[in-house]
Design a protein. Structure first.
Length: 175
């Protein structure tokens, strides 16, 4: 024969355990929901910022070119860069290294101080990065971008030097 108060007590304990398990799951879901909301917010802010920066950059690019006499002086600070957007402008007469993002400026300065063309693996420690394969390849990518934009030359594959700029510059800059 079943004793009713004991059976009720056993069912109450089982129900309490189910409530505790569900409450723990609810708290876990609440934490996951909050994390997902934070991620969504960050993505929305990032997208809006990128759209704003790109709109501002397209406005700047649409402006007429600055005459050589009106080029910014080297001691003037460059325009601030957008969050997450690194812009390496095409080199043109009168443009100074100060317009480059910091890491690109550091790379150009290291190359300017070198007595002969240098490789990416020689630049990495000089700009304060560890000499890992990833950092070397990332730097090589930046060097190639600087070559494409006219700031550097790569006459021998993997050997980078300052670009020969100006009206008498040789057009042998490799891409």
């Amino acid at each position: 024969m079943v004793f009713v108060p004991e059976e009720l007590q056993a069912r109450e304990i089982a129900a309490r355990q189910r409530v505790e398990v569900l409450q723990a799951e609810t708290e876990e879901l609440g934490l996951r929901l909050e994390k997902a909301r934070e991620d969504l917010s960050r993505f929305q802010i990032t997208r809006e910022t990128v759209e704003q920066v790109l709109a501002e950059l397209s406005d700047v690019e649409a402006e007429p070119e600055v005459p050589v006499g009106d080029a910014p002086e080297p001691n003037e600070s460059p325009a601030p860069h957008g969050v997450g957007v690194m812009m390496v402008p095409l080199w043109r007469e009168g443009l100074v290294v100060a317009v480059l993002p910091d890491v690109y400026r550091d790379i150009v300065e290291v190359i300017a101080d070198a007595p002969r063309p240098v490789q990416a693996k020689q630049i990495v420690p000089r700009i304060g990065l560890p000499t890992t394969a990833g950092k070397i390849e990332g730097t090589r990518s930046k060097l190639k971008r600087l070559v494409e934009r006219g700031w550097l030359d790569e006459d021998v594959p993997g050997q980078f030097s300052l670009a020969r700029q100006g009206p008498d510059a040789d057009q042998s800059n490799s891409r």
